[in-house]
Design a binder for this molecule. Structure first.
Ligand code: WT7
Length: 653
């Protein structure tokens, strides 16, 4: 058996950064070479020097990386720091009147906060948290719309050393409950609702449902009034945000914590079981967040930075909340849907707020590309100087559209590969220093030691041979553990090659220039619209329905979403005639939306009497994937108990 994977995609176009861009870039080719050399000579010292120059420490660290308890690594452990101090306080003297946040609500309301105002609001809210009994180390769940108060809530937690866990507002009550319970959170911060797609997202209603069904650890709920539509407040448990901050002091001394103190948990899908609470540190996390803003986004004093991600994902943590603010940058936050009231909304935002750096996901780019060039062409996009993508491989066609229609062929595109677990960018172009290629995330950043290995863990040196993407040396913003399940941490990320490397779970190849090309996940995790979904989670949700006996979920390529969700379902009762039942399909789709959230709704559903299994009872997923793609079955199916189900699975009977 071959130990590598063959690749068929070949893309030979390369794009050099425009002279104009290179001239003013923070990092040019020469500077990049210096950084790479410094990192190669002294990996830990390289990060240590950056930690000293880029972050403000209350107590300096003497230790760099401690590997004595590998695969648990610590960075700068004896240093004391506060993340909120680094994001706000230290800028006040020189940037107090600079705009930190430009917020636009979906209805069009605009609000701006200076660093001074952000300081005051964060301190007041931090004091409100303390008044509610929140202490250092307590977990606080944030379930909010994309409004400045979400950032304020995160910063306030960081300020007092509480550990936040942001749950994406698109997740259901059920998912919210699971995450609250897993984290043992004491408090929930939410809003009455948020605006999305012209509708109200019922955050408070979902909160009430989650808390009614469990979550005994929650003592109080703070509710921000955003939509002012009718909701119910439970006396003794729920308190309005405006009441909670009433009379609170506008200063709050930051809690100085160890660099290793957990800053946050963020739940993400894995191939098996429930979502994992990825635990991040304070100092190390902030360091990579801060320097990648400089290296990858080339952040300058005058930039207006717009990352379209929700704070419920890691992108919204690192490139909405922490990275930009650590650099005293100005961010744009947008509350609503990308196509509301029409597909020109992002471009209107770029024009109206003079956005200079725009960062979004390939799925959004493809969806907007589909709506044609008239939308972008009717807005003035001349302020934009740099574009970025994240979340999944970008197909060269979408890259070229982004380059031409949005970037007007003058803006570099940074295709940034990273993960919830890596905390910050790992593989990405440095825009003023390197040529880009459509569809490639190019090279590892300085201080990041990435490699592709075969199934034995040996490096693959031949060009265009695919294998498993690994990171060989620890880096400051790496995942520390999985909350409450350290064994799963060790097994998932280090188990495969004997703790030798961090295993990303992606397949990739390198071309003749050494550029990385991501080929997709190695495990049973789908990438739907740039978000990870475990097939197991969707299967569990389906099986939880009283009508369903068994379910198998696989992905199939989808032009817009990257991957679409294909569900094979075995019912407890009769299989519907011809395997099709539209009413039941709708019912089960809505059921999954309720259990997990609308993003997990299966796109296709097929009912069969059985699932294809091996003799040992394992579902033959490869076969199901082939069928989902509509491809011819060439693998051996003789081990199937009941070969006639193949026709059912293929929709032929
Ligand atoms: C997975 C991580 C990191 C923020 C968004 C998703 C895929 C991410 C790229 C890229 C190709 C990418 C990988 C990775 N991915 N960025 N530029 N090119 N694939 O975070 O939910 O933790 O998912 O997203 O498969 O493992 P996440």
């Amino acid at each position: 058996m071959s130990k590598t994977i063959d690749s068929t995609l070949q893309e030979d176009r390369t794009f050099n950064p425009a002279i104009e861009f290179t001239k003013n870039a923070r990092i040019n080719a020469e500077k990049l070479a210096e950084l790479r050399q410094a990192a190669a000579q002294d990996h830990e010292g390289f990060w240590g020097n950056l930690a000293k120059s880029e972050l403000s420490w209350h107590k300096p660290f003497s230790k760099l990386c401690d590997s004595s308890n590998a695969p648990h690594y610590t960075w700068f452990e004896d240093g004391e720091i506060n993340v909120s101090y680094n994001c706000i306080d230290r800028h006040l003297e020189t940037h107090g009147n600079k705009t930190a946040i430009i917020f636009e609500g979906e209805p069009g309301d605009v609000k701006k906060l200076t660093y001074q105002q952000l300081y005051t609001e964060t301190c007041q809210f931090a004091n409100a948290l303390k008044a509610q009994g929140i202490q250092k180390g307590d977990r606080v769940v944030i379930y909010m719309p994309m409004i400045p108060e979400a950032v304020i809530a995160m910063q306030a937690c960081a300020r007092i050393g509480a550990i936040h866990s942001v749950v994406f507002g698109g997740f259901s009550a059920e998912s919210l409950k699971d995450r609250i319970e897993d984290a043992g959170a004491k408090m929930l911060i939410t809003a009455d609702g948020g605006n999305r797609g012209g509708k109200i997202v019922e955050l408070k209603k979902a909160t009430d449902k989650a808390l009614a069904e469990g979550c005994p650890s929650i003592n109080s709920v703070i509710v921000y009034q955003r939509t002012a539509h009718p909701i119910t407040m439970q006396p003794g448990r729920d308190i309005w945000w405006h009441d909670a901050i009433e009379g609170q002091a506008t200063d709050c001394t930051p809690a100085w914590v160890s660099s290793e103190h957990p800053l946050f948990l963020l739940y993400t899908s894995g191939s098996t079981g429930k979502p994992k609470g990825v635990q991040h540190s304070s100092g190390g996390y902030l360091l990579n967040a801060a320097v990648t803003m400089q290296w990858v986004f080339d952040i300058h004093e005058s930039d207006i930075f717009f990352c379209t991600a929700d704070v419920g994902w890691i992108t919204g943590h690192t490139y909405v909340t922490y990275g930009p603010l650590a650099n005293a940058a100005t961010i744009v936050m947008y509350e609503g849907g990308p196509v509301f009231p029409d597909a020109g909304r992002f471009w209107k935002l770029c024009q109206d707020h003079q956005i200079t750096i725009f960062y979004t996901a390939p799925t959004a780019i493809r969806a907007l590309m589909k709506t044609g060039d008239d939308f972008p062409n009717s807005y003035d996009l001349s302020s934009i100087r740099l574009l970025g993508t994240v979340g999944e491989p970008i197909n060269p066609e979408a890259w070229m559209w982004y380059h031409r229609t949005i970037g007007k062929e003058k803006c570099p595109i940074v295709d940034t590969w990273w993960q919830t677990e890596t905390g910050a960018h790992m593989l990405s172009p440095i825009p003023g220093a390197m040529a880009t290629k459509p569809g490639s995330c190019t090279l590892a950043l300085p201080g990041i030691d990435a490699e592709i290995v075969d199934t034995s863990g040996d490096p693959i040196t031949a060009p265009n041979k695919g294998g498993s993407l690994v990171i060989k040396k620890p880096w400051p913003s790496m995942i520390r553990t999985i909350w409450g399940d350290d064994a799963r941490y060790q097994k998932t990320y280090w188990g495969e090659f004997d703790n030798r490397y961090y295993v990303a779970g992606d397949n990739a190849r390198r071309d003749k220039d050494g550029y990385f090309w991501i080929m997709g996940r190695t495990d049973d995790v789908l990438n739907v619209s740039g978000h990870r979904l475990g097939t197991m989670e969707i299967e569990s949700a389906l099986v939880a329905n009283p009508k369903v006996a068994e379910a198998a979920v696989v992905g199939r390529p989808d032009e817009l979403k990257g991957e679409a969700i294909f569900a094979y379902v075995v019912l407890k009762g009769q299989r519907p005639e011809g395997g099709i039942d539209e009413t039941l399909t709708l019912e089960l789709r809505n059921w999954v939306a309720e259990q997990i959230g609308p993003i997990a709704k299966p796109d296709d559903m097929r009912f069969a009497d059985n699932l294809p299994k091996t003799r040992s009872g394992k579902i033959m997923r490869r076969l199901l994937r082939t069928i989902a793609k509509g491809e011819e079955i060439t693998s051996d199916t003789s081990t199937l108990e009941n070969e006639s189900i193949l026709d059912q699975l293929q929709g032929k009977a």
